[in-house]
Design a binder for this molecule. Structure first.
Ligand code: IPD
Ligand code: CA
Ligand code: CA
Ligand code: CA
Length: 258
């Protein structure tokens, strides 16, 4: 079960974490490489994650946690209540731009997304909502964007997939009004919630999409792995989310013809 009390608690934790991150930018950030020179982690990613995990362990000690950093990146199953956390989504942007990064938290119950929170830290905009609750930015309720065709909207994309034309990403981009590349899954999913983009194609891990899925589902978007199979929540996979019309076009006219 989720509750209003839980929503308020998560909002408070996120505000505290965001304030910590903003202050940290004035100090020296320690940057390390993970798998390669563009796969970065900082002490602020790790400290933010530790802060959030401490809160969950204190208030919800029986729950499971899946989070990107520090040994929390695998989980045996999605049974029970599971918190899925990306402490800083868009670490490269955090390091290079000091903006366009998010904190993301999702609450799932037995594999079903119940609550999602995406906090654009530098804009101080918290996108949040849940199953049958609607979607909000801070205190303001958002309107569900119109279903639009691929030719009528901008699409967010992973630069590598576009450049290498993986799953015809290049052709999909050319059939749209244009591609946009932000380097942050959270920012891309926010753009869909605002009605600015009709979809997003990328290569993502569960903590990159867990929170956003709860929110885009509430707004009627369709999503899956890029071939149309359910997302596994257990590995990095090619990801597609789009308005219902654009989703079907991308699947039928591009992905399965590529
Ligand atoms: C990354 C960002 C990026 C996406 C990568 C993610 P991170 O998350 O969301 O936009 O293309 O696939 O890994 O590592 O900065 O949290
Ligand atoms: Ca990362
Ligand atoms: Ca991420
Ligand atoms: Ca991250």
């Amino acid at each position: 079960m989720t509750s209003q009390k839980m929503i308020v608690e998560i909002q408070e934790w996120l505000k505290e974490a965001a304030a910590f991150i903003r202050v940290s930018l004035a100090n020296k950030v320690t940057v390390s490489q993970k798998s390669n020179r563009t796969d970065l982690v900082t002490n602020i990613d790790e400290e933010t994650q530790t802060f959030l995990i401490k809160k969950i362990n204190k208030y919800y000690p029986n729950d499971s946690i899946l989070a990107e950093e520090k040994g929390f990146d695998t989980i045996e199953s999605l049974d029970g209540r599971v918190w899925i956390i990306d402490p800083i989504d868009g670490t490269m942007n955090f390091v290079m731009e000091q903006e366009n990064f998010c904190i993301m938290i999702a609450v799932y119950e037995n594999g079903v997304g119940k609550l999602g929170f995406i906090y654009d830290v530098m804009k101080d905009e918290l996108y949040w909502g849940g199953k049958d609750l609607g979607v909000f930015v801070n205190d303001q309720k958002l309107q569900q964007p119109k279903d639009r065709a691929l030719s009528d909207g901008l699409i967010g994309m992973n630069a590598y997939m576009y450049g290498k034309n993986i799953y015809a990403a290049g052709e999909i981009g050319h059939a749209s009004m244009g591609i946009r590349v932000s380097g942050c899954a959270g920012i891309e999913l926010i753009a869909m919630l605002k009605g600015n983009h009709i979809g997003y194609i990328s290569n993502l891990s569960p903590w990159d999409y867990a929170a956003g899925l709860v929110l885009i589902e509430e707004f009627g978007f369709k999503y899956s792995d890029i071939e149309g199979k359910p997302l596994t929540f257990s590995k990095r996979e090619y990801f597609l989310a789009a308005s219902p019309t654009a989703y079907t076009q991308i699947q039928n006219d591009f992905v399965h013809k590529s």
